[in-house]
Design a protein around this ligand. Structure first.
Ligand code: FES
Ligand code: FES
Length: 169
């Protein structure tokens, strides 16, 4: 196998970073091994479970399917970038309070998928939450507590149009 390495530059959680790595190395592995951002988890490793979800240039991507070369010049947000100055993101707080996280393997990916959803639809309906999280699998919670967590996080931001939060059940 070639040991060719290429310098890849990107912005991770608002910081400019550069790594010299094999260009086909998975973004997931670069995050975890080269940047020590181990919040992003590997589940299936083949694009089916969403555990490895990160946001790249405003899109949700499965980092296990992205060769790092494709991330050159990109702006990436991982779960480590959700909290700011030691303050949890409303989604993280809601997952904690509503029991949206159990074993935790799916949780970073769920949080990133939910963050992506709320960035586009700040006050989603339950159908929109289901659809927004459809690419993320959870073996523990039965999903309802995750949906409730997203509802709670959305409710923490005032809705100028209705002021009402949807119910998860
Ligand atoms: S580990 Fe990437 S989708 Fe499952
Ligand atoms: S909390 Fe265990 S897989 Fe979702």
């Amino acid at each position: 196998m070639s040991d060719y390495r290429q310098t890849i530059r990107f912005t991770i959680n608002g910081e400019n970073r550069a790594v010299k790595v094999p260009p086909m190395k998975r973004l997931l592995d670069v995050l975890r091994e080269d940047l020590q951002l181990t919040g992003t988890k590997e589940g299936c490793g083949e694009g089916e479970c969403g555990s490895c979800s990160v946001r790249m240039n405003g899109e949700l991507v499965n980092s296990c399917l992205v060769p790092v070369l494709q991330a050159d010049g990109a702006s990436i947000q991982t779960v480590e970038g959700l909290s700011a100055n030691g303050v949890l993101h409303p989604l993280q707080k809601a997952f904690l309070e509503c029991g949206g996280a159990q074993c935790g393997i799916c949780t970073p990916g769920m949080l990133m998928a939910a963050a992506q959803l709320l960035s586009i639809t700040p006050h989603p309906s339950i159908a929109e939450i289901r659809e927004g999280l459809a690419g993320n699998l959870c073996r523990c919670t039965g999903f309802i507590r995750i949906f409730e967590s997203v509802v709670a996080a959305a409710a923490a931001t005032p809705n100028p149009s209705s002021g009402q939060a949807p119910h998860a059940r």
